[in-house]
Design a protein around this ligand. Structure first.
Ligand SMILES: [Zn+2]
Ligand SMILES: [Zn+2]
Ligand SMILES: [Zn+2]
Length: 332
């Protein structure tokens, strides 16, 4: 089974999960799945996945049967599992704990669709509803400190199955990326009394040069200092720290804004591989005037290489002002 190991120098957490090496590689040049092999995520093949955790169904049908619109199953090769009792192994120098957590897969269409932007707005709203339901359910579990909902679309972005899906991992600690956003936002709030994300929204709407779209409830923009070419963030205009507290009115608006943004990225960049993830407030916190949930989309047009890996800094060859202009004009 897996374990968390803490690097004794930097404190960086690593999940060591040797059993995940058995995962199939099903796309691209590493494809070893015969084209005739059934896709485990297609409706009708429910028996090929572990039993479902939750599904959105339009008609009352039995679990693990077809006629669902979004289906959530445990990851067959989980990085973390929920049932372990927590245990720590520390010799005062090296420190590890067993891999307690959750690792779910959200299958985003009953049909064999390979690009999220191919879904209609209604189906995409169901997908947002599934994210909301599962993150809400795991948020109340006291074993977890942080939830990360993320997508890998395309082989180069790390997807091992092409049928569209996202994943949700629940962690027993707040990971470094989220901790650094929280502490930066906290510092800004202490200095100015304002949410830095709300200030960014005001500024991007006023300047317009990095704005991709401006809907009634959400904006999408290319951030001022993007790590990746065409990096795009989607954020609600009204201050809200916790995605899981979105209302039934917010989710269709989120679905529409995500659909519009992905359609632009796919059209402008010819269906690039990409990752996205939702950053929401850690589960132990109930409200925050300084943190603001958002979704970050990172197209993977070039690989992070030696400089990025060695420095933790990024070289990006596309200015966000040029990226935003291309995405704004993509559907004209
Ligand atoms: Zn499929
Ligand atoms: Zn805010
Ligand atoms: Zn973020």
């Amino acid at each position: 089974m897996s374990e968390f190991r803490k690097d004794p120098i930097t404190g960086r957490q690593v999940i060591v999960a040797p059993h995940r090496a058995q995962r199939p590689r099903e796309l691209g040049v590493t494809n070893n799945r015969s084209p005739a092999a059934p896709c485990p995520f297609c409706a009708g093949n429910e028996a090929l996945t572990p039993p479902e955790i939750w599904a959105m169904r339009k008609a009352p049908t039995q679990p693990n049967n077809p006629r669902w619109s979004v289906r959530v199953v445990p990851n067959k090769y989980p990085a973390l599992i929920q049932s372990n009792p927590w245990s720590r192994n520390s010799d005062s120098f090296y420190d590890s704990q067993n891999g307690v957590g959750a690792h779910e897969v959200i299958v985003e269409s009953p049909d064999h669709v390979t690009s999220l932007s191919a879904l209609g707005v209604e189906q995409l709203t169901d997908v947002m509803g599934a994210y909301h339901q599962r993150m809400g359910a795991l948020r109340s579990d006291p074993d977890f400190r942080y939830l990360l909902l993320y997508k890998n679309q395309g082989d180069r972005a790390g997807a091992t199955l092409e049928h569209i899906h996202s994943q949700l991992i629940a962690l027993p600690f707040v990971p470094a990326e989220a901790a650094s956003e929280l502490s930066g936002a906290d510092t800004h709030y202490k200095l100015t009394g304002r949410c830095i994300y709300c200030e960014i929204i005001e500024r991007e709407r006023r300047e317009g040069t990095r704005l991709v779209l401006d809907h009634e409830m959400f904006i999408a923009f290319c951030p001022y200092a993007p790590r990746f070419a065409y990096e795009t963030w989607l954020i609600p205009k009204i201050h809200a720290a916790i995605f899981e507290e979105s209302t039934q009115r917010d989710l269709p608006a989120f679905g529409r804004a995500l659909h519009d943004t992905l359609a632009r990225i796919d059209k402008a960049l010819d269906d690039p591989p990409f990752n996205y993830f939702i950053h929401s407030l850690p589960t132990a916190l109930t409200a925050s005037p300084h943190y603001h949930w958002h979704l970050e989309i990172l197209p993977q047009l070039s690989r992070a290489a030696g400089f990025e890996l060695g420095s933790g800094a990024y070289i990006n060859s596309v200015a966000p002002e040029d990226a935003a202009r291309l995405l704004r004009d993509a559907l004209l």
